[in-house]
Write a protein that binds this ligand. Structure first.
Ligand SMILES: NC(=O)C1=CN([C@@H]2O[C@H](COP(=O)(O)OP(=O)(O)OC[C@H]3O[C@@H](n4cnc5c(N)ncnc54)[C@H](OP(=O)(O)O)[C@@H]3O)[C@@H](O)[C@H]2O)C=CC1
Ligand SMILES: O=C1CO[C@H](CO)[C@@H](O)[C@@H]1O
Length: 378
């Protein structure tokens, strides 16, 4: 049966606007799905840029006011690709307008906002998902399958890093286009909500819930010129954050993120150590899963490198031939695929707003702990 059209209204044409649109455009060419995204409208304040984006990527129309987009009868699903301070207002209005919602991460600026957003989508009964896309890199999904099969046995340790170096320059301003991530009013927090949120989402998915945390944060450059006011203003986001935690399954967690790790652009790694084995993954080598199986006897026991590109690996059967790798952008194609399949089957793909609220709660506990210098329950 031909897939049913699903009209997308996307807000924001930046980094994520491109990544999501690429996902919408390619997904039906590779996967058999009950729905087909239709690029109905893109919305942003800058009309000329929105028009140029619509032309280049194939959107049928543009809007410059997201409220007008939500009022349109021909939009089924709203995709929120704006800075974090708009996620709540747009999500709640979209839910009230009966639209499905695909919202970028972090879900919200804080837990209180996230709670309101969950209440709104649940009251309206609209499909919802948050773009924690790293779950859908085949090697990460495969790690989930291995852990869920029980092969690792009891889990002792979970550790993750997300390292970047793009804010070391003290002359970099804060606020405004592109640099909104340095402005707490637009971002909510620094690396905690921007980068650790990804690590936390993956960790909760792979290793279950986190009970309590102790954290430290640092803001290395204390003042930066603000692009919107033109004045030098205090920087209130966290430039670096590290935390320890207990998972409900008894394992210990260790997480670190910074934008001051010279030489690292986007080094996301995680490692899980269990009684029978360990797993390691690295975004720079994203199709590979390192696997140590203690139950292998004799001199062959050691770290093995699984090239997650076989037809029976998650998602891979629909791409090329075994052995040929795919990349970062495919995680967004896979997220669209899972969302559309969830609509068809009635079993919603995660992380839903409610799932992503758990990540938000951990982020808030981490920031609270760093402020108070004490352990915080999640
Ligand atoms: N899942 C992931 O791995 C990633 C997630 N993200 C998340 O995606 C979101 C967007 O990030 P990113 O794409 O990098 O941001 P960009 O700065 O690249 O793009 C932001 C977009 O939002 C638009 N925008 C801003 N304010 C408004 C408004 N009031 N009304 C309509 N449009 C508006 C801007 O257009 P204009 O100025 O013309 O209005 C711009 O197109 C963030 O929440 C971020 O955390 C980001 C990167 C990776
Ligand atoms: O995954 C990511 C990569 O880095 C970006 C910032 O530079 C983040 O916003 C994003 O979520």
């Amino acid at each position: 049966m031909a897939p049913k059209p699903l009209n997308i209204g996307m807000i924001g044409y930046g980094f994520m606007g491109r990544a999501h649109t690429n996902g919408y455009k390619r997904v039906n060419d590779f996967f058999d799905l009950p729905y087909r995204p239709v690029l109905k409208a893109v919305c942003a304040r800058d009309e000329a840029k929105a028009k140029a984006f619509a032309e280049q990527w194939g959107y049928e129309s543009i809007e410059t006011d997201w409220k007008k987009l939500l009022a349109r009868k021909d939009i089924d699903a709203v995709d929120i690709c704006t800075p974090n301070n708009l996620h709540k207002e747009i999500s709640i209005a979209a839910a009230q307008a009966g639209k499905m919602i695909l919202c970028e991460k972090p879900l919200a600026m804080n837990t209180a906002e996230g709670e309101e957003m969950c209440a709104a989508v649940e009251k309206a009964g609209v499909a919802n998902i948050v773009w924690y896309n790293y779950r859908r890199i085949p090697a990460v999904t495969y790690a989930k399958q291995i852990i869920d099969s029980g092969k690792l046995g009891r889990i002792f340790h979970y550790r993750a890093n997300f390292l970047q170096d793009w804010t070391i320059n003290a002359d970099l301003p804060q606020g405004g286009a592109a640099l909104w991530r340095l402005d707490a009013a637009a971002a909510g927090s620094g690396v905690t909500g921007d980068l650790l949120a990804h690590c936390i989402d993956t960790a909760l998915w792979l290793n279950g819930s986190i009970s309590d945390v102790t954290a430290m944060t640092e803001t290395f450059i204390k003042e930066r010129k603000h692009q919107l006011t033109g004045k030098s203003e205090k920087v209130t986001i966290d430039d670096a954050c590290a935390f320890l935690c207990h998972f409900a399954n008894g394992s210990l967690g260790l997480f670190e993120s910074t934008r001051y790790a010279r030489g690292h652009k986007a080094l996301y790694t995680f490692e899980v150590n269990g009684e029978n084995g360990s797993l390691k993954w690295d975004l720079h080598d994203l199709h590979r899963l390192q696997w140590f199986d203690y139950r292998v006897e004799g001199p062959l026991r050691g770290w093995a490198s699984i090239h997650v590109t076989d037809g029976d690996h998650p998602y891979m059967g629909k791409w090329w031939v075994p052995g040929l790798a795919i990349g970062y952008e495919h995680s967004f194609v896979h997220q669209v695929k899972d969302f559309l399949e969830g609509l068809g089957s009635g079993k919603p793909a995660g992380p839903t707003f409610r799932d992503a609220l758990e990540t938000q709660k951990v982020c808030d506990a981490v920031l609270d702990s760093a402020k108070s210098g004490s352990w915080k329950k999640v």
